[in-house]
Write a protein that binds this ligand. Sequence first.
Ligand SMILES: [Zn+2]
Length: 128
Amino acid sequence: MKIPNSELVGRIIREKLKETGVVRSQQELGSIVQKELEKVDSSFHITPERARRIAIEVPDVKVTIETRKSESDKPEKCPACNGDLKTLYAKNLDEEKIQVGFMCEGCGYHGDVEEFMPMRYIFMITRD
Ligand SMILES: [Zn+2]
């Protein structure tokens, strides 16, 4: 397994977004990029998370987050130890505070909120 450099990945993301217009989830972006990478070298591997992080850095690519459900969809208790969960926040590109994950104060378990509620990243090209 080989890790592609971010410049190559960024170039692929930009090219594919120019073709497809909009990509509506991190998973989809990941699989598009993975497919293209395999054309270059079949041992390249990328996770959807890394593809998303690189996409954010690419000029002319806009990444937004779409949340469709309320915060109440996060698990009530830690799935590992049943302890209390602390919500983690971040700001999106519009400077709005959004819930991105949670952490257990008891055992340190943390999760990405995307696993538990439909929160989607949207990727698009702003200029071609
Ligand atoms: Zn815990």
